[in-house]
Ligand binder design. Sequence first.
Ligand code: ATR
Length: 269
Amino acid sequence: ADRYGVIGNPVAHSKSPDIHAAFARQTEQALTYERLLAPLDGFASTVRTLIEQGFKGANVTVPFKLEAFALAGMLSERAEAAGAVNTLKFQGGAIVGDNTDGIGLVTDIVVNAGVPMRGKRILLLGAGGAARGVVLPILAHAPEQLVIANRTESKAVELAARFAGKGTVAASDFRSLQCAFDVVINATSASLSADLPPVPPAVFGEGCLAYDMMYGPAPTVFMAFAQQHGAATRDGLGMLVEQAAESFQCWRGMRPDTRTVYAGLRAKL
Ligand code: ATR
């Protein structure tokens, strides 16, 4: 069986082994997928050991996505745009880096939630690594406008400028957000500490979907706030399953059905 795994620190909490085991059963692929704890100062040597052991690829999670980007000898366009790598493919000694987080988010919104982005107004909250990873896949759906809003406005300005050639992207601080959006995506790390990014309620337009990249057994504070102001909400569990499916496709050349795997994970949260 071909070997894969997820490299992180910590990694014990990762759901990726369960997800990929389910994908492998479903598609009858002979593969194993392990949790791989790398020392904080030992990401590159961990990857080299995996290659020596004949691993075919790996996912990369916190805090190694930037190091994976630096280590990869070849990068997909979307990894280049994201500035981070969550998927490594080992090809005869070469290390190919990809990033499936952004396409995972967009697939969960457009396909699973059934909310189109084409011609719509999209608001992205945050300008860190998580936000950067999703900009190009959002712009690929040709929204009317993407606004990136961040607490530190200069970082939103920088991020918007980076993608200026790829679509209609603007930057903002939170306070100046006055108009309504069709989709509002929380890519800040505020939910981690149960904080609410200070968005004015006016951003939640008629029929708005408010999406939090975080997930858990209960709605996040952002989702609760959005619900109070009339928005439909969705958490990031679907993004997790879809990014895994995209990595699986990158390695195995086939796309698993994500619905049953998503339902199984949801039931166990
Ligand atoms: P990640 O990789 O999760 O994106 P990051 O690169 O450290 O982490 O970025 C964190 C993002 O969450 C930033 O946009 C940060 O805003 P600043 O650039 O102003 O720091 C945002 N963030 C974190 N806590 C927040 C809070 N309580 N309210 C609003 N934004 C917050």
